[in-house]
Design a protein around this ligand. Structure first.
Ligand code: OOG
Length: 258
């Protein structure tokens, strides 16, 4: 599908709609109900949305990937991963608490996080993204689609910063091969089991997918940035109480919803 190019005013008004939903903690309907949004325009809306957050004093601290699980790609009928941005306001400490009133209908998912040790030169065709990573950790992402009932199209979710809402990172350790490790997520009385191999067969592949997307979308990758490689299992609702993710050999991470 070709991307229809919207005017700057139209992009800004879609960003306002999503920003108001997030800041006012209320949902909104799929943008696709009102407008034909192409993928390029969807990333423009995301950029405008992040611009609003930066104007409010938030700083960019990393990136997150979505649809890195084949099941989720198939569900959405797409073959591309999606990228969203993380800001400092989304960071929650391991073992800390998170106020659920911040969210519309939060869900939590188990992830693998990487940390960039140096800036990635997106214009250097020979750059080795794996050599730009120095640490890996178990992590969880809280997603909170601004769309009613998490009902969205592929371009809707890109515009909505890929449902990013908050994240928590467990203890960092020197980067190592992750491959296929058992994952368990417990939250709100539910337990889901899975494997890190659900993330593009090996979460390291998320780094390569990220480099490709960052080049196409001109998303800077900087030293110190956190990279969330994508969910290893389906997301489950985040309710009051402790949510915990254990990844065999990588460690654990917890957060308490209050
Ligand atoms: C979109 C975000 C998906 C992932 O890891 O696949 C995502 C959503 O399901 O709301 O973060």
């Amino acid at each position: 599908m070709t991307s229809k190019t919207l005017s700057s005013n139209e992009i800004e008004s879609l960003a306002t709609r999503l920003d108001d939903a997030q800041a006012g903690v209320h949902d909104t309907l799929s943008l696709a109900d009102d407008i034909e949004l192409g993928i390029d325009d969807a990333y423009r809306v995301q950029e405008a949305l992040i611009g609003r957050r930066r104007e409010r004093g938030e700083t960019l601290v990393g990136v997150k990937l979505g649809f890195t699980s084949k099941a989720k790609m198939a569900q959405m009928g797409v073959s591309d991963v999606i990228v969203g941005r993380l800001t400092d306001a989304m960071t929650v400490d391991d073992g800390g608490t998170v106020d659920l009133h911040r969210f519309i209908h939060p869900k939590i998912e188990p992830e693998v996080a990487y940390r960039l040790s140096r800036d990635v030169d997106l214009d250097d065709a020979t750059v080795d993204i794996e050599s730009c990573v120095d640490a890996v950790a178990p992590a969880m992402e809280i997603i909170d689609s601004r769309y009613r009932d998490f009902r969205f199209t592929y371009t809707d979710v890109v515009a909505d910063n890929t449902s990013a809402a908050a994240y928590v990172i467990g203890p960092w350790q020197p980067v190592r091969s992750v491959g296929d490790l058992a994952v368990r997520l417990e939250a709100g009385g539910q337990t889901v089991d899975g494997s890190t191999a659900a993330i593009l067969d090996d979460p390291v592949n998320a780094l390569h997918a990220l480099l490709d997307m960052s080049r196409r979308r001109r998303i800077p990758l900087r030293a110190g940035d956190v990279v969330l490689a994508g969910a290893a299992t389906a997301a489950i609702p985040l309710t009051a109480g402790v949510a915990r993710c254990d990844i065999d050999g990588l460690g654990s991470v917890t957060v308490e919803g209050i």
